[in-house]
Design a protein around this ligand. Structure first.
Ligand SMILES: O=P(O)(O)OP(=O)(O)OP(=O)(O)OC[C@H]1O[C@@H](n2cnc3c(O)ncnc32)[C@H](O)[C@@H]1O
Ligand SMILES: [Mg+2]
Length: 488
């Protein structure tokens, strides 16, 4: 009996598909998992770099006294398994041989498809392994580089995921493939979408699940299984964002996961060029705003989250006196709490006849129990004596984009639009003061515009266009200093 843990490593959350199978097949075993999300994805990286990163993960887990190592990542298995197996004196299991073996068993047309990351496909590891055992089988491999980002941003069932999966798998259809190897441990999280596109006649092989059968066999062979009375522990480490990891891992494993953030080699990470983020959080509780802001980032290929995705996060109070102060408070506060890049918007209506009110108090204009209707009622009451031509007003937005724990380098942009406050509300679109905000040039209120029409003229649209020009450069650290300085 041996109660030391089995170690699992992966570039991200994908290896959890193997852990899930291990919890099912080997419930008495202690498990320790490390995901290297800070340096994800591994797929496009050169093999030598994948090997170096994999060794850093291995060394971290060796300090946890593991009795067996599972490389729950196809890219890392293809790049590093022989080397690691040769140098460690504990059993080391990869995912490629078990997946290949299961595929050979399943095929009757003798044509196997393999999907994997660019690294796995380029290495030819599946084709070589399959041909080493059964040379007559035809193997068609296809890289699916968009799958890992979908899974890591928890987008497994979204319409975008559906489209990406259908488009990616297109070249594998109508070729007589009856067995498809999901050659990346992230892919089983997209299993329903994959099965749907390939059709029910195609057998999907989950290399990770097959790997656990091999682990089970080796535990017996080396006589190192944990005894039946073990109170099993499951420990999770990530080099990335622990909160995000907990959400995905918790859903997938059906456990309460409390991952610990670790740094396995800060020096190696520091030398890497900053990659553009995959996920951006819009730090707003206002669904109208989130919808308008999300459209831009999604068009730039990012996955967008909002505060609605993090319901337990404490609210950052808006105690500033200007739009910029409030937007900075929200962006910096949420970015450091979430350890993710965050965009915050502070916006409001400034009415000239009311000396710029409600201004930064636009959301809470009506005081306790405020809502859009109460705010609008107070606005109209305060303007009752003001002639229509004097009811000029400006909508203002300040957007602040913040990286985690770097408040001195926020990106700040502004946008405005001018109009007039009408006495009679018109239109059902938009939110807040939109039904009363009349645009003389269009002869309509903001609430009479569709969302894309509003975006073309609005304060937020103008600010977003300014942000769109700058954010990618700013994010990778090549920003022009004057764009980020604190405005007076
Ligand atoms: O702070 P968050 O969670 O982002 O949401 P909020 O609604 O409290 O946002 P603000 O503090 O920036 O207050 C902005 C208020 O200004 C008004 N407002 C801002 N942009 C608007 C728009 O495009 N159309 C109509 N009203 C708008 C509306 O009443 C908002 O509640
Ligand atoms: Mg607010």
């Amino acid at each position: 009996m041996n109660t030391q843990p089995i170690g699992f490593i992966d570039s991200g959350v994908g290896g959890l598909t193997v852990v899930k199978e291990a919890l099912r097949q080997l419930p008495n075993e202690n498990v320790v998992f490390l995901g290297d999300q800070a340096r994800l994805p591994y797929g496009p990286r050169p093999a030598a770099q994948v090997r170096a990163f994999t060794w850093q993960m291995v060394n971290f887990l060796l300090q946890q006294q593991i009795k067996m190592l599972v490389i729950a990542c196809n890219t890392a298995t293809a790049a590093a398994l022989p080397d690691i197996r040769q140098k460690l004196n504990i059993p080391v299991v990869g995912v490629i041989v078990p997946g290949s073996r299961a595929a050979i068993k399943a095929t009757s047309t003798n044509h196997i498809g393999v999907i994997g990351t660019e690294g796995t496909v380029k290495s030819n590891a599946y084709a070589d392994t399959i041909h080493g055992k059964a040379a007559h089988i035809k193997v068609t491999s296809l890289a699916a580089p968009k799958f890992v980002p979908l899974v890591e941003s928890n987008e497994m069932t979204s319409p975008v995921a559906k489209r990406v999966v259908a488009e990616t798998l297109q070249p594998l259809l109508h070729q007589g493939i009856d067995t498809l190897v999901m050659g990346c441990t992230h892919y089983p999280l997209l299993r329903p979408l994959t099965q749907n596109v390939m059709g029910d006649d195609v057998t999907l092989i989950d290399s990770g699940a097959e790997t656990v059968s091999e682990v089970s066999m080796l535990l017996d062979y080396f006589d190192i299984a944990a005894g039946p009375k073990t109170q099993a522990t499951r420990v999770f480490y990530t080099t990335g964002n622990a909160k995000m990891f907990d959400v995905i891992a918790g859903n997938w494993l059906g456990l309460k996961v409390n991952a610990q953030h670790v740094t396995i080699d800060a020096e190696a990470t520091d030398h890497l060029p900053a990659a553009a983020p995959q996920t951006v959080v819009i730090a707003s509780k206002n669904a109208g705003k989130v919808k308008e802001l999300a459209a831009m980032f999604e068009a730039d290929g990012l996955s967008v989250k909002s505060l609605a995705d993090f319901p337990d996060l404490p609210t950052v109070p808006e105690t500033g006196e200007t739009f910029e102060e409030n937007a900075r408070l929200k962006a910096d506060g949420y970015a450091s709490a979430l350890e993710l890049p965050v965009v915050a918007d502070d916006s409001g209506l400034m009415v000239d006849a009311l000396d710029g009110a409600p201004g930064v108090f636009s959301a809470r204009y009506a005081g306790r129990g405020h809502n859009d209707a109460a705010n609008n009622a107070k606005l109209i009451a305060n303007l009752a004596e003001v002639a229509p031509e004097q009811r000029t007003a400006t909508f203002h937005t300040t957007l602040v984009f913040a990286k985690p724990n770097d408040p001195d380098h926020d990106l700040v942009v502004n946008g405005e639009v001018k109009g007039q406050i009408t006495g009679v509300p018109e239109g059902d679109n938009g939110f807040g003061y939109d039904p009363y905000f009349f645009l003389p040039a269009l002869g309509k209120t903001m609430a009479q515009l569709t969302s894309s029409e509003k975006n073309q003229v609005s304060h937020r649209g103008n600010a977003m266009r300014a942000l769109e020009k700058q954010w990618q450069q700013w994010f990778t650290g090549k920003e022009d200093a004057h764009e980020t300085r604190r405005s007076e």
